[in-house]
Design a binder for this molecule. Structure first.
Ligand code: UDP
Length: 344
């Protein structure tokens, strides 16, 4: 039976597709290519261009493939954008997840893995690693839209022959150590991507958002998890569901946080070049410290992270960024070549 990966042309989804193929799975990808790239999808996966909210394309995919499980990555992820355009976020993240889950139930597809987020917790009261049972107070429509999806999945699982795992991601970063996938989306907002771009001279420097947090060096602390470990948690979630596991919501992080300054030091260490650092005010809505307690995923999914190393995360991110620059230069050269040889 095949696995359907929505958002398989995006950052985490494309890593997932490679990992599934490596594990010998049959893979089908659905992506509307709004932020993903067709070239990011391995040739061995069957690709459908379209929106998760399009019932007709879901029907076509289910008719043409024997889908046994859905890994649902497609979604909108930019927090400030979710504040400015909440209804778009509720449509794409909550409405389309509802539609996909309903289509799965109708088609008898029993296994569903959902991309959730640490944003469902909102502010953490202290810096102890957060458990799944912590209060849920999303501070923005993005976190809210994901939490609502978790609730729908829970209710659907109680009513139907349908099982799900929702993984609450902490700060996902890095790239495939084999160099096959990475974060390619333009207009990065995430710290490690921004710092790698600065390291390679693609931007002037990095602004630090806040130096007066109650943390040892005053900058924000996050739990950065390597994307390969995250997709491995999805593989484990899939096996868990296949052996009859009950619905589960679990954190995915390492349980150890790094400050913004520690991340920037790691980037300079890996790249060997200093870049400008500007110390600025806090970014609205940011928490001081967000660190996962992932005991549940380790215990129930038998998840064993293998890339728990900030230097490795940063090194793979820089390697991917260099490859992207080379790809762009290559694209430009081939465009120039085509223009030069074209007759007008
Ligand atoms: N951050 C920063 N400068 C940037 C981007 C992020 O200082 O250009 C900080 C941000 O305030 C937070 C941490 O880096 O403390 C991680 O932010 P990111 O946007 O990567 O992820 P978030 O935790 O907000 O999902």
């Amino acid at each position: 039976m095949a696995v359907l990966v929505t958002g398989g042309a995006g950052y985490i989804g494309s890593h997932m597709v490679w990992a599934l193929l490596d594990a010998g799975e049959d893979v089908v990808v659905l992506d509307r290519l709004s932020t993903g790239f067709r070239w990011a999808v391995p040739a061995d996966a069957r690709f459908y261009l379209g929106d998760v909210g399009d019932r007709a394309i879901l029907r076509q995919i289910f008719a043409e493939n024997d889908i046994g499980a859905i890994l649902h990555f497609a979604g909108s992820i930019v927090v400030p954008q979710s504040v400015a355009h909440p209804l778009d976020y509720y449509e794409n993240n909550t409405g389309n997840t509802r539609l996909l889950a309903a289509a799965a139930v109708e088609a008898g597809i029993r296994h569903f893995v959902f991309s959730s987020t640490a944003a469902v917790y909102g502010d953490q009261r202290d810096d102890t690693p957060v458990l799944e049972s912590a209060p849920l107070n999303p501070k923005n429509p993005y976190g809210q839209s994901k939490l609502m999806s978790e609730m729908m999945l829970r209710d659907a699982a109680a009513a139907h022959d349908f099982r799900f795992v929702a993984l609450r991601y902490f700060n996902v970063a890095g790239a495939d150590p084999l160099g096959r996938a990475g974060l390619s989306t333009e207009g990065a907002t995430h710290l490690i991507k921004i710092a790698c771009e600065a390291e390679l001279g693609k931007r002037r420097g990095v602004d630090i958002y806040g130096t007066d947090y109650p943390t040892p060096d005053g900058t924000g602390i996050r739990d950065y998890i390597h994307v390969s470990d995250l997709v491995d948690a999805h593989l484990k979630a899939l096996s868990y569901l296949r052996r009859g596991g009950e619905p589960l919501i679990a954190n995915c992080g390492y349980g150890r946080g790094y400050s913004v300054l520690e991340v920037l030091e790691a980037v300079v260490r890996a790249g060997g070049r200093k870049f400008e650092i500007r110390y600025g005010p806090r970014r609205p809505g940011d928490a001081a410290s967000v660190v996962a307690n992932s005991t549940l995923a380790r215990r129930l999914l038998d998840w064993k992270p293998r890339h728990d190393d900030l230097d490795l995360i940063v090194e793979t991110a820089i390697a991917w960024e260099k490859g992207l620059a080379a790809r762009k230069a290559g694209d430009l050269r081939s465009l120039q070549h085509r223009l030069a040889s074209a007759r007008f």
